[in-house]
Design a protein around this ligand. Sequence first.
Ligand code: ZN
Length: 303
Amino acid sequence: MLLSGLLGGALLQRACANYGIIGKKAAPVAGATKAPSGGERGKSSQSHLGPEVSANLAPSQDARIGGAQKNAPESSPAKNQAPRIALVIDDLGQADMALVQRLCNLDVSLTVAVLPFLQHSRESAAMANSRGKEVILHMPMEPIGYPAAGKNPGPGAVLFEQPEAEVREKVRQAMKEIPFAVGLNNHMGSRITPNAEKMAWVLGEVKKSNWYFLDSRTEKDTVALEVARKLGVPSMARKVFLDDDPNQAEMARQWERALAFAAQDGQAVVIGHIHPETLTFLEAMLPAAKREVIFSYASELAR
Ligand SMILES: [Zn+2]
């Protein structure tokens, strides 16, 4: 990888800037683990995350590598050989539109996950769609520790105490808020995703809309993918968080993990966030990465 120029710099420990929360990483195949950086990641240690976490994404049986690739750049690798990576950028909605513009300038197929009911929610979704990016709803859900500082999932959230009718209504309202959305992933949600009954309510609405579901895996005990599969909702799970630590060298390490997973399984879902540091990393890394992997919309990896 041509990442040597990105290596170095002080090691920063910082959680998701706007929301103070990100999930935990799957088991590393290659590369080091590191200390949790706060938010939900701090709720349990990396040592809990054994191979069973990564086992949630089935290996190559779903490697639709021979399929058509939308917006494939001419420099794409051979479609019957290269692994697929779905790059998903979370937490649009509050972020400045200049950052969204920068994200949309990245010349790969990628998916943006937009939080509802925020200042730039609709505008961000519309811009991403107009620039050929896939849009999904980043559904706010209650995390463990709510309502402590840094544990607020934001407006329109699914909360643990809400009855079924209210949960379903929250999801439907949020869905209407994000134009062009074709799927849903969870923002926070560590209190909800381990609960099969509540996830069935959420995913029942996803199914009605013929959307797909991406389990962000903010909690190791999540059952969301299992519930989605039972309901017949096209789905998959996040494999690597790119920017829990926004240090450039650490993001390079996480990217290498993603490549290793993709090589092993034929595909991998990588989640990053709309942070300036993440965009800087992607701008430097993507031109070379495009020659190694096929960048896909997350929907193309769902099954
Ligand atoms: Zn989020």
